[in-house]
Design a protein around this ligand. Structure first.
Ligand code: SAH
Length: 264
């Protein structure tokens, strides 16, 4: 891996568990002069940084001054122009609803080399950590990842429910608030109200929660359980609880490492 001074690295931090960042992401954190990170990253990974690394939290917290995307873009340019190795650390994968495109375009327009280090996206890792495969032979051969939120300048409800209803597995991100209208939209578009649905809250964090229901009832169920963001929703035949042991995370990672190390 070559780290060039005056460069920006858009690095995916993975879905939550600090062990799910890539090796390349970890090495870049060790070499970074500046790390600019979001809120939904595992903060433990910042321990890879040197004491001298400047760490800037640009996370968007409710009720706090919201640092705008323009300000973030500006920070990337300012630091890279100083000759720094800048790691822009983002939750999951930088290009899955992460506004990574805008940041990359800003760097390129300013003539700053910009590299992307993919990350494990919650869109797949969320279901997976709960034992739910997004595809499964004979059950689901397509999956779709959709945002439950709409950019402010677009009309509301511009989701194409008729098209969505045709896909075997539908994964929703950022859909906590609009889950009820989305599930109703899918039922109206012909999806069976009894279609299995799972919601995974804080996937791969130590306090991960998973709940299972039907398309018809899931919105009520997560209200009752008080599920909050961040949350992934999986809709489709795959979303059944086939392995109840996987409701918690991480299950037996440490025991597994132990077994590897001692050849058991
Ligand atoms: N780039 C990120 C997604 C950013 S959008 C990725 O690839 O994962 C933010 C949304 O991602 C959240 O609203 C939530 O729907 C989902 N999300 C991110 N981390 C999550 C986690 N650990 N558990 C559940 N959902 C998560």
């Amino acid at each position: 891996m070559i780290c060039r001074r005056g460069s920006v690295y858009l690095v995916g931090a993975g879905p939550g568990d600090p062990e799910l960042i890539t090796v390349r992401g970890m090495k870049l954190l060790q070499q970074a002069d500046v790390v600019i990170h979001d809120r939904l990253i595992p903060t433990e990974v910042l321990e890879y940084c040197r004491n001298t690394t400047l760490i800037i939290d640009v996370g968007k917290y409710p009720d706090h001054h919201r640092i705008s995307q323009d300000e973030i873009n500006e920070l990337l340019v300012i630091h890279a122009r100083r000759g720094d190795i800048v790691v822009r650390l983002k939750g999951g994968d930088p290009f899955v609803f992460g506004r990574g495109t805008e940041e990359m375009e800003t760097c390129l327009a300013a003539n700053i080399p910009c590299h992307v280090v993919p990350g494990i996206s919650s869109a797949i890792a969320g279901p997976s950590a709960a034992g739910i495969p997004v595809t499964s032979r004979g059950i689901a051969r397509s999956f779709l990842v959709v945002t439950g939120q709409t950019a402010p300048h677009l009309k509301k409800h511009e989701l194409d429910f008729a098209a969505m209803a045709q896909i075997d597995t539908v994964v929703l991100l950022m859909a906590r608030k609009n889950l009820r209208s989305i599930t109703h939209g899918l039922i109206e578009a012909g999806r069976d109200p009894q279609t299995p649905v799972a919601c995974i809250e804080r996937a791969t964090f130590a306090d991960q929660r998973v709940t299972y229901s039907s398309l018809y009832e899931i919105a009520d169920q997560i209200d009752q359980l008080g599920f909050a963001n961040p949350m992934v929703t999986v809709i489709g035949e795959v979303a059944t609880n086939v392995n109840p042991d996987l409701v918690e995370w991480p299950v037996e990672a440490n025991e597994h490492y132990f077994a590897l190390e001692f050849g058991e």
